[in-house]
Design a protein around this ligand. Structure first.
Ligand code: AMP
Ligand code: MG
Length: 447
């Protein structure tokens, strides 16, 4: 990597990426945990240890369909010299009766059925003639064969899924197997996405030259869903200072996190998001040492204060049981400030900003520090350039099997078509201005 002498100086007035992210994470507290039915808990972060109330399996049972036997009774059995035993009972899975196995007899048993008292082995049905009154057994079984013993999977009181785990299907399975109908989890964050810009039109509607279709709000809502959130896309807000703040305040009622795009560039008088939010005082606008995504705004935003004797809309809303139940959230204390991200309007900038800053913030809402993107090291298939003093996130195609990443051509922050070809972001450090093919780079794997 090549480092020019001016690189450090150029970065000085910019906030480093890591410092900006650290500030965001420090400002966010996790959402209060809530008890949720197991069917709704997939993808959420556990806020308690799930332990085994009973051993797993809870009772000794058969691992196969076959015959419960004493090993001595079948020790001499072979293909040439089978052993025949009387079948004195049949136990199906779910049968709660108490059976005892007398020497010299067999009990027909199904997979998962409780073992008759005294069972030493189960002879699989495949080793027999499958008889119902008498069974011909053609092979000996060792002690313990095809038996599942109580507690061999987990002992009573053992932690099955640790607090902080993001619940995947296998965790749901073991919680259910331990008899848990509900679990304490962090609620699914509700993310509201709002795009601003007088040039924006709804996809599906005609555009005239000078207008473009709004892609950011759809992209970010999808990215929020991908990160495990409930996402609400709000219609376009024009570059009109009188409309921006009310539109944001209006949406706060259903947001655990809010994202706007557009209107935060470095000087334009049409940058109305910045102008409107500056009035609040709680949102900080910064130049972050990155490309794309330099203009960033972040802060905690509280809903507007109610007039005396009047409830805020937020309070009224928070009593809506349907909405809260859908989010799986308990009613939080009213007027809790909500993290607000104002992302730049260029689609690639907005996308990269989401992955670098918003995704970890969504994790912080759930007390999960593992939601950031996976980083791998890969060899560059070709050269690339990067501005001095900024960390670059370049679109690339990663071949994980070969450990090779190919930078795409068309790295402009408006080039959403190139973005659609990428499966990775190549990270070029602040101090590097170029890298050559064959060098190894950090690569963020896109979800
Ligand atoms: P801004 O951040 O508002 O200065 O916008 C920067 C660039 O991004 C301009 O070319 C905008 O037209 C474009 N842009 C802003 N918002 C969106 C959006 N929601 N979808 C697609 N492009 C956008
Ligand atoms: Mg704009």
């Amino acid at each position: 990597m090549t480092q020019p002498p001016a690189a450090q100086a150029a970065g000085r007035e910019l906030t480093p990426v890591d410092a900006h992210l650290a500030g965001i994470l420090a400002a966010i507290s996790p959402l209060p945990p809530t008890e949720l039915g197991l069917a709704d808990a997939y993808g959420l972060v556990l806020a308690e240890d799930v332990t085994a109330g009973l051993p797993l399996p809870p009772f000794d049972n058969s691992a196969m369909d076959g015959y419960a036997v004493h090993v001595a009774d079948v020790a001499a059995a072979s293909e040439q010299d089978p052993v025949t035993l009387p079948v004195v009972a049949e136990v199906a899975a779910g049968d709660t009766g108490a059976y005892a196995l007398a020497p010299g007899t067999a009990i027909r048993i199904m997979t998962g059925a409780m073992l008759p008292h005294g069972t030493e082995a189960v002879v699989p049905v495949e080793w027999t003639d499958g008889g119902r009154a008498r069974v011909v057994i053609r092979a000996a079984a060792d002690r313990g064969h095809a038996l599942r013993l109580a507690g061999e999977d987990a002992g009573a009181g053992e932690v099955l899924v640790a607090k902080g785990t993001r619940l995947r299907p296998m965790h749901i399975a073991v919680a259910a197997a331990a008899g848990r109908g509900s679990v304490l989890v962090r609620p699914r964050p509700r993310v509201v996405v709002l795009s601003t810009g007088s040039e924006l039109a709804e996809p599906g509607q005609p555009v005239v030259p000078g207008r473009i279709w709004d892609s950011n709000s759809f992209m970010l809502a999808a990215a929020a869903r991908e990160a495990g959130c409930l996402a609400y896309r709000q219609a376009i807000v024009p570059d009109n200072p009188d409309e921006v703040l009310p539109a944001i305040e209006d949406q706060l009622v259903r947001a655990d996190l809010m994202i706007t795009t557009g209107g935060v560039s470095m000087g334009g008088e049409h940058d109305v998001v910045k102008a409107a939010l500056r009035q609040l005082g709680s949102i900080e606008f910064r130049k972050v040492a990155m490309q794309p995504g330099m203009p960033q705004g972040f802060g905690m935003i509280a809903p507007p204060a109610a007039a005396p004797g009047q409830e805020t809309r937020r309070r009224r809303f928070r009593r809506d049981p349907y909405e809260r139940a859908a989010a799986g959230a308990p009613a939080p204390p009213p007027d809790e400030p909500v993290p607000l991200f104002t992302l730049p309007g260029n689609p690639v900038s907005a996308y990269v900003s989401f992955q670098v800053f918003v995704r970890p913030a969504i994790g912080a809402l759930q007390a999960d520090d593992g939601l950031g993107l996976e980083t791998v090291r890969a060899e560059l298939a070709g050269p690339l350039r990067s501005p001095p003093g900024k960390r670059s996130y370049l679109r690339g195609v990663l071949d994980r099997a070969r450990g090779l990443v190919t930078p795409l051509t068309g790295q402009g922050s408006h080039q959403v078509a190139t973005l659609a070809q990428a499966n990775a972001l190549i990270v070029v450090p602040e101090w590097a201005v170029r890298m050559t093919g064959g060098e190894t780079a950090d690569v963020l794997v896109l979800p």
